[in-house]
Structures are given as C-alpha cells and as structure tokens.
Write a protein that binds this ligand. Structure first.
Ligand SMILES: Cc1cc2nc3c(=O)[nH]c(=O)nc-3n(C[C@H](O)[C@H](O)[C@H](O)COP(=O)(O)O)c2cc1C
Length: 431
C-alpha cells in the first residue's frame, strides 16, 4: 500500500463514513481502487480495500507484470516452499481473549439492504485436516453474536470436507488484512494436501507465527487474526450477494466461535465487495493456472482466461497449440478437471487473442461446427453459484458444454486465417 501511495494510486477518504452501506457504496463508485477509509463512525479501526482489484496491481503485489502473472502462479502452484516461522509477529501486537472478545469492535460492513447481517469478506480461513494438513481458503463470515459468526462452508471444498469427516470442533483462524500473495494463494484451491501458505511463500516470503490459543500458524503480517472454533452448532447465514451478482439465499451454516482476537497496534480492517471486480478476479484468475496445468498434460497450452461475462467463474477460454486432431476435445476434458465449477469452456488456436471477445466469437463463427466440435456433458456436478443449475439435491447438478473452435484437421489452414491488408502511411494520400 505504501508503494501504491507513492505512485499516487491510493485513495484516502478522510471524511467520516458509515459501515452501513456507505463504505460499500463509495468503494463501488470508486470502482474498487485501492482505498483507505480513515474514519468509520463508531469504530477505532480504519477500513481498506481494493489491493487485488485488478490484474496489474496483483501482478505488482507478487513482484511481476500482468503478462507474466500466469507463469508466476503456475510456478508457485508447482513449487510450494516452506514458510519461515517467527516467534514475534505484528499481527499479535494486541491480544484480546476470553470475555473481552467482542466482534462489535470490528468494522464489519453491512454491504446492501437485504443482507442477512454484518459480514467479513476478505477473510482467509486457516485450519488443519488430520489427514491432509494445513489449508487456507476464504470463508465469508456473518456476525450472529458477541463472539459468534456463521461461516459459509461450501460443500466439497476442504473445510467442509474436514467438517463432514471428523466429529467435534475444528480449530480455525480467520486472517483479515493480508498480503497479495496470501490473498491470491488462498483462492487457488490446489489439490487437497497442498498448503496454500507455502504457495504464498513461493510468491513472496510469507513468515508465519503460532496462534496464541490454537494449534495453527498464521501469516505474521496479517492485520487481524480471529482465533476460534468451527462448532457443530448451526445458525442462519445469508442472504448475501455472491459472485454472479445475484443474491445467495439464507442457509443454516456452522457457527464459528471466536476465542481470541489478535491485531496490529495500528490495524486496518480489510473489505472486499461481494460480486464486484475484486471478488471476481480473486475467484476466477487463480483458476487459470489450475486449468493451464491440466491442459498442459494433454496438449501444448498457451494461455487461459476465465472471463468476466461468466461471472469470472463459469466460463473459460483456453488457447492451445494443437498437436493432434483430438487435442481440442482433450483440452475440453482437461480444462473441466482444472476448474471443477466451470460450466462452459471454449478452445481456440494460438492466433486468436483470448482477451478480445470479438476475435473469440469470430473463431466460433469460422472454425466451429456443432455436430462435430460440440461436447455436451449432462448431469455433472456444478457450481452452487449458478442460478440455472439444479439445486434440488444435496449438490448442484449442471450440464457442461465444451466448444472446440480450433481449426479442424485435414484442411488448408490458410483458409482459416485472417487476411491482412497492408497498412499505408495516410500522409501520402491525404495531402
Ligand atoms: C473472495 C472470495 C470469497 C470466497 N468465499 C467463500 C466462502 O464464503 N465459502 C467457501 O466455502 N468458499 C469461498 N471461496 C472459495 C474458497 O476460497 C475456495 O473454496 C477455495 O479456493 C477452495 O480451496 P480448498 O478446497 O483448498 O479449500 C471464496 C473465494 C474468494 C476468492
């Protein structure tokens, strides 16, 4: 944030603002530019957000440029490294325990009228599974008591898998105010058993410290850590807006009891607007390396984009350098493996710019034939976020579709390439 401030890219709002809708509305109007709200009525802590709201600042946050981000993420995913352990940490400057714990001191926001309550959203949750070890991922939390929240634990993800497997409570630490590497790594969702904090450490050194009351390690530079337990009690969670910008309905979710709050002496509470750009980028972008990894196992993968139009979650475009006629179809299967929630995937050749929707549509228009190149997979496990999925059972079911818009085999490739006019110097003609 210092770097952003030096480069005049940090907005400071000094006027007093309310945590009820106002912070969220201002942040949205600012298009989620990195911002600090210095005075939030009724709270001692400033609020900040927007430090991962576009690919450029994420790239800078992991020490690279936008064009190299995919490679850097693929490398970190493939090569997690041990985090150093420290005994003294800024995130434990202040320790609040026992009866003193009161979530009312935290400027958790009310985002939109109709929300179920005050929510923490930039909330990286760390827990340990007895078999697969440490896991870090996001769980939004809604305050339901002085020291209690409900945590949204999506089925099949690690925390819910552990919760369903074991009896009793799970120790969990929720870290708020995290570095860009921690935020990105926590959204990667690598295979079970791969420690996201070690991935963060490959992106940039991420020292950890032992929690004060729990057998867990957390990033020592977090702003806040809520040390607690996922209990067997259930309470209401939601309604709350999710990635698709539609309202996710109210559910009964496990209660997270907070036993201890630790924070920096000058701590700032981090926010992340649900359904807006930062949420979308953090959800979709880290799926690009996991898709890339899978597709690379079956053909030469050149690039991957999880597109905004698909809510940055349901749609992907994969660019390949086709080696054999079957590569397009193989890439479709592999891409679905790389991102289990993806519903529609499109495969294009190297000459198609995947960042240009018109070029992508052109590839479908000129290279794709439905009877030959369409893959339809009915009744697949789908995303809970897709309102059109079948949500009647325990898990969402959906139809997945793959479109192979690569140049078909046994044709003259020149018939499928764009012709180029020659650029002339107009000065020669307009004199
Ligand atoms: C901003 C953001 C918010 C998220 N909120 C939740 C949530 O409330 N509950 C949840 O289960 N997953 C949520 N996720 C997705 C988890 O981070 C995802 O489950 C994780 O990457 C999967 O990895 P895991 O199986 O190793 O936990 C969120 C992701 C992001 C980027």
């Amino acid at each position: 944030m210092n770097t952003l401030e030096e480069e005049n890219e940090l907005v400071r709002i000094s006027r007093e603002v309310s945590h009820q809708y106002e912070v969220a509305n201002v942040m949205n109007t600012l298009r989620e530019k990195p911002t600090i709200f210095e005075h939030v009525s009724g709270f001692d802590f400033p609020v900040f957000g927007g430090i991962t709201s576009n690919r450029d600042i994420i790239a800078r946050g992991v020490g690279t440029e936008k064009e190299s981000l995919l490679k850097i993420l693929v490398n970190a995913l493939r090569n997690p490294t041990d985090c150093p352990l420290v005994s003294q940490a800024p995130c434990q400057d202040v320790v609040i325990q026992g009866d003193e714990v009161n979530l009312d001191i935290l400027p958790m926001l009310l985002h939109l009228p109709g929300d179920g309550g005050r929510y923490g959203t930039a909330t990286v949750a760390i827990m340990k599974d007895p078999d697969t070890g440490r896991n870090a991922c996001y769980h939004r939390i809604m305050q339901v008591g002085k020291n209690k929240c409900t945590a949204r634990l999506i089925p099949k993800r690690q925390t819910r898998t552990t919760y369903d497997k074991i009896e009793g409570e799970i120790e969990m630490a929720i870290c708020v105010g995290n570095s860009v590497p921690v935020m990105v790594a926590a959204s990667l969702g690598p295979p079970s058993g791969v420690d996201e904090l070690k991935i963060a450490n490959t992106l940039d050194e991420t020292p950890l410290v032992k929690c004060v009351t729990k057998d867990l390690e957390v990033p020592s530079e977090s702003e806040f850590v809520l040390e607690g337990r996922i209990t067997r009690d259930l309470d209401r969670e939601g309604p709350f807006v999710d990635l698709t910008e539609t309202r996710d309905f109210e559910r009964q979710e496990p209660v997270f009891v907070v036993d201890c709050i630790t924070h920096r002496k000058d701590a700032m509470w981090q926010i992340l607007l649900p359904g807006r750009m930062e949420h979308k980028i953090l959800m979709g972008m880290p799926k690009e390396p996991t898709i890339y990894d899978q597709v690379s196992q079956v053909t030469h993968c050149k690039n991957v984009l999880v597109t905004m139009g698909g809510g940055s979650w349901l749609h992907g475009i994969v660019q390949i350098e086709k080696q054999t006629p079957e590569d397009g179809k193989k890439a479709i299967d592999a891409a679905f493996k790389g991102h289990g929630s993806m519903k529609h995937v499109l495969i294009v050749d190297e000459d198609v710019n995947i960042y240009d929707p018109i070029e992508v549509e052109w590839a479908i228009a000129t290279r794709f034939q439905g009877h030959r190149d369409l893959v339809v997979k009915p009744d697949q496990p789908g995303s809970s976020l897709d309102p059109s999925g079948d949500h009647s059972g325990k898990k969402t079911r959906t139809t997945k579709v793959g479109i192979d818009a690569t140049i078909p085999p046994d044709v003259a490739p020149e018939n499928y390439s764009k012709v180029e006019y020659k650029e002339v110097d107009l000065h020669d003609y307009l004199r």
